[in-house]
Design a protein around this ligand. Structure first.
Ligand code: NAP
Length: 283
């Protein structure tokens, strides 16, 4: 029975439809997600919901790893994600999908030089993106790798973004979302470093971009902000003339999971950064 742990799973990615899969969703709002699972999926018995903010090391950490005084545990929930996962799976984990991410808004509509007019806001935004998208995921990988090493599939996938591709950005002058993109580039390097350490143990660490997906992130944008966005979307069309608009979360999740299942350490995919097509075509 393959086990999957997915962070930021408050919307679901379709893995639980196969009752052979044990699907553990790690979310920040457990009651709301449990209600959703109950209402929309009729409380499938192969779904488990755990609660943790990935920036809280103590909420993720298994108790026996806790070094007194090293991290504040004052805000730690009674439950901790690694220990709870081990209880559900019997001490192993096959797939870890690091989907949770901060899609920042402060940098979504202006290029980096304009953001520089408010240096404190820029600095704070960069730090927040780095904290969630890089540091949170590094803690997640370090804490769950012992379970992954005991699993069968041994796959760890980071959900990244084509916005971190060094060829795409300058070539098509995609100047928005700087802090977000910088943090996703950092995440890609973290994934490469984990792969460098663990490929010899058969663990695949890999970054996959899901494509452009409609998840409502721009619903509160003003008319002027929408103008900036439409400029970026025009660049997407220039890059990929077939681009007709964002895909649905369901279809993006299917694509990412298919790439994940096809990839392996043996095929040389360790540490790579690819799209939902499994290559460097981002849209
Ligand atoms: N949508 C796109 O077009 C697109 C394109 C490329 C890459 N991506 C990536 O795909 C992933 C999912 O994106 P999305 O569009 O679904 O974004 P989203 O709607 O903003 O969802 C982000 C998820 O991450 C969770 N999250 C954020 N900060 C967290 C933290 N500190 N601890 C735990 N969970 C946290 C959120 O939890 P809450 O529900 O509690 O807020 C939410 O479930 C992200 O990594 C994003 O960067 C998206």
């Amino acid at each position: 029975m393959p086990s999957y742990l997915i962070t930021g799973a408050s919307r679901g990615v379709g893995l639980s439809a196969d009752s052979n899969n044990t699907v553990i969703g790690l979310v920040r709002d457990k009651p709301a997600t449990e209600k959703k699972v109950k209402d929309e999926l009729h409380a499938r018995s192969n779904i488990y919901i755990l609660q943790a903010d990935i920036t809280s090391y103590s909420a993720l950490q298994a108790r026996h790893n806790q070094t007194p005084g090293s991290y504040s545990s004052t805000n730690a929930p009674k439950q901790n994600a690694v220990a709870e996962t081990a209880k559900i799976t019997g001490g192993t984990l096959d797939y870890l999908i690091a989907n949770a991410g901060l899609i920042s808004h402060f940098d979504a509509y202006d290029p980096i030089g304009v953001l520089g007019n408010q240096p404190e806001v820029l600095e704070q935004g960069l730090l927040e993106c780095f904290k969630v998208n890089v540091i949170g995921n590094i803690h997640l990988f370090n804490l769950f790798t012992p379970l992954i090493l005991k699993g069968q599939a041994k796959k760890v996938i980071a959900i990244s973004s084509g916005q971190a591709d060094l060829e795409l950005i300058p070539k098509f002058s995609i100047d928005l979302a700087a802090a977000y993109s910088i943090s996703k580039a950092g995440l890609n390097m973290a994934v490469a470093k984990f792969s460098a350490q663990y490929a010899k143990d058969g663990v695949l660490f890999m970054s996959i971009c899901p494509g452009v997906v409609e998840t409502g992130q721009f619903t509160s944008a003003t008319e002027e902000q929408m103008k900036s966005l439409s400029g970026m979307f025009a660049k997407f069309v220039e890059y990929a003339p077939h681009f007709k608009g964002p895909s649905t979360p369901e279809s993006a999740a299917r694509d990412v999971i298919s790439v994940m299942h096809k990839a392996s350490v043996e095929k040389g995919d360790g540490g790579s950064f690819v799209s939902h097509f499994g290559n460097k075509q981002w849209i």
